[in-house]
Write a protein that binds this ligand. Structure first.
Ligand SMILES: [Cu+2]
Length: 381
């Protein structure tokens, strides 16, 4: 049957059919990577040298450095610097310690934001005070094991890597030294790169989405060894802890699962904040192990659980899922005040092992959305 006749017999006029077709084409254009866009063009070294260079100072998680959501078509070279920190840290309320390895002294490392088609240029510094070689593997990049082969830095060295951010989304970056990749990752060396579409985020119908603030949460499964009595062991150095830690890792049962470096890091003084009416983006990375974020009392209004913005986001999610080795994004507009918990909804991992944080929200209560009709009291006959 000819298309026009089919549409007619299906009860659709020609005009309606055309509109439908146009909408489909538009949806496909929104969804497809913009490979022919001017900012995606291949460039020679000389052409790259002519692009505007922007230096960005990174900030510690859960904050994310200031950035624009929409930008013009001319790509930029965005420069970042990160220094590697090896340091003993306390990971829970009982004073349990771990010899952490960190990008810029935080777990996760700072989030870096660029736009599709930009060149991300990182200088990675391994100070002489450190003891181990490190490098960086960017899931957002293409080639050379994510950049790991080109950034091997011994203590006292630095290296600079440039890559083209040609895919949108949130992507994990992590250390990956040959022979001890897993150890460096679970000891703290991971973070997120967010590559925004140049025209900003879109909902599944192609309408613009905007966020008022953004928080970045890195979840870490920790494997702290225990002694014969079941107490957590303390070590004089990273090297001393290695053998036992490797054994604990091979058991695949974490001793702790924490957000941003320690149990309770995002509670009390560290709690995230928002106001009723504000739209908040939550970036969630887990470089090693699956997790399932959930906002107690809220939702994911729009969620890219795979973290890739060329896909249409899912809507109204209760719990979403971040695959080990990836970063995902949820945005939510707060409608009620109060203390919210943002958790990994394997509740044992959240409440017993530490994968929980708080969002303190100010504003007016909405009785239409929820009302306590009668407070708890004795059962009435
Ligand atoms: Cu490392």
């Amino acid at each position: 049957m000819e298309r026009r006749h089919f549409l007619k017999s299906a009860g659709l006029g020609v005009a309606a059919g055309t509109t439908l077709l146009a909408a489909q084409v538009q949806a496909r254009e929104t969804a497809a990577p913009k490979k022919n866009a001017p900012w995606m063009a291949a460039r020679t070294e000389a052409q790259i040298a002519k692009l505007e260079r922007v230096k960005v100072d990174l900030v510690a998680p859960p904050m994310v450095h200031k950035h624009e959501q929409k930008v013009g078509p001319e790509p930029r070279v965005v420069e970042f610097r990160m220094s590697i920190t090896e340091k003993e840290i306390v990971v829970d309320r009982d004073g349990t310690t771990m010899h952490a390895m960190m990008f810029d002294g935080s777990m996760p490392g700072p989030t870096m934001v660029v736009h599709e088609g930009d060149y991300l240029e990182l200088t990675l510094i391994n100070p002489a005070s450190n003891t181990m070689p490190h490098n960086i593997d960017f899931h957002a990049s293409t080639g050379a094991l994510g950049g790991a082969k080109l950034t091997n830095v011994n203590p006292g060295e630095q290296a600079t890597l440039r890559f083209k951010a040609d895919r949108t989304g949130t992507f994990v970056y992590h250390c990956a030294p040959e022979g001890s990749v897993a150890w460096h990752v679970v000891q703290g060396m991971h973070g997120t790169v967010m590559v925004l579409p140049r025209d900003g985020l879109k909902d599944s119908a192609g309408n613009s989405l905007h966020y008022d603030r953004v928080y970045t949460i890195g979840e870490f499964d920790l494997y702290i060894p225990r002694d014969e009595k079941g107490n957590f062991k303390k070590y004089g150095s990273s090297a001393e802890s290695y053998g036992d830690t490797l054994e604990a890792m091979r058991g695949l049962i974490p001793s702790h699962v924490v957000f941003n470096g320690k149990v309770g890091a995002l509670m009390g003084d560290g709690a995230m904040k928002a106001n009723v009416g504000e739209t908040v983006m939550f970036i969630h990375s887990q470089a090693n192990r699956d997790t399932r974020p959930h906002l107690i009392g809220g939702h994911g209004d729009w969620v890219w659980e795979l973290g890739k913005f060329d896909d249409p986001p899912a809507k109204n999610l209760e719990t979403w899922f971040i695959r080990g080795g990836s970063a995902g994004v949820a945005i939510y507009t707060f409608k009620q005040p109060g203390v919210y918990a943002y958790v990994n909804h394997n509740l044992i991992e959240a409440m017993e092992l530490g994968a929980a944080g708080h969002v303190l929200v100010e504003g007016d209560w909405n009785d239409d959305l929820m009302k306590q009709v009668s407070p708890p009291g004795p059962i009435k006959g």
